[in-house]
Write a protein that binds this ligand. Structure first.
Ligand SMILES: CC(C)(COP(=O)(O)OP(=O)(O)OC[C@H]1O[C@@H](n2cnc3c(N)ncnc32)[C@H](O)[C@@H]1OP(=O)(O)O)[C@@H](O)C(=O)NCCC(=O)NCCS
Length: 198
């Protein structure tokens, strides 16, 4: 990023900073993000890039909600992250476009109360550990933990937690394979060779 782009990016972040969102070194958010929600409690560590039209939201109904995005993580456009408890995204994760993480639900189960009047359920923390990839249009539900370097296929709805190196996909997301580190297969390349259950 050249100096001009950095200045523009810093200016774009000014309303978010005024609203209490924290930015680490070299961390930026794209234009078009929602300014109306509560942003105090949202923290980007260093070298984080969030694409345009992000919607970060700390619930007004509960106290102390947090959204933490780890060093070197990048998210594509239209990221939605809504927390009444806590959403942690680890270091060097890659979230594609239109990814949504919500750590609670609307309390929609009383047939006598309109969803408009119902509140939200108690939140359950979402934790995305380091180096995860989340494919486009995926939804991560409350209480989910994805271990290190999980891969979430495009258009997945993640309803359960998965351990490190899981490749999951679908609605509901199911395990399709486990990544195995190939010792002599280049420095950084994980080999997708074993199918789960094979
Ligand atoms: C998950 C993913 C990485 C797996 O890739 P892969 O290892 O080449 O997977 P395969 O094509 O071998 O598919 C393995 C199985 O998973 C299924 N599968 C793969 N991706 C799927 C998805 N997104 N949703 C549902 N099922 C999926 C396949 O149908 C196949 O099922 P089968 O064994 O019953 O035939 C890839 O399919 C994917 O979704 N990538 C993300 C794309 C994306 O979001 N790009 C945005 C970039 S910014």
């Amino acid at each position: 990023m050249n100096i001009f782009s950095k200045i523009v990016a810093c200016l774009i972040s000014v309303p978010a900073r005024i609203k209490g969102m924290k930015f680490g070194k070299n961390s930026f958010i794209g234009p078009g993000y929602a300014v109306a929600p509560i942003l105090k409690g949202v923290a980007l560590e260093n070298n984080v890039v969030i694409g345009r039209n992000a919607w970060f939201d700390i619930s007004r109904k509960t106290k102390g909600g947090q959204i933490i995005v780890g060093d070197g993580t990048q998210a594509g456009r239209n990221l939605v992250a809504s927390a009444c408890k806590k959403i942690s995204i680890g270091k060097k994760c890659l979230l594609s476009y239109n990814v949504t993480l919500v750590d609670h639900d609307h309390d929609v189960f009383d047939p006598n109360v309109s969803p408009m009047d119902a509140g939200i359920t108690e939140g359950k923390e979402i934790t995305i550990e380091d180096e995860c990839f989340v494919g486009a249009h995926s939804f991560i539900l409350k209480g989910i933990r994805l271990g290190k370097h999980c891969v979430v296929g495009a258009n997945s709805v993640v309803t359960k937690s998965f351990p490190a190196y899981s490749v999951i996909a679908g609605n509901p997301a199911k395990l399709i394979k486990i990544l195995k580190q190939e010792e002599h297969y280049g420095e950084r390349t994980a080999n997708f060779r074993d199918h789960a259950g094979a």
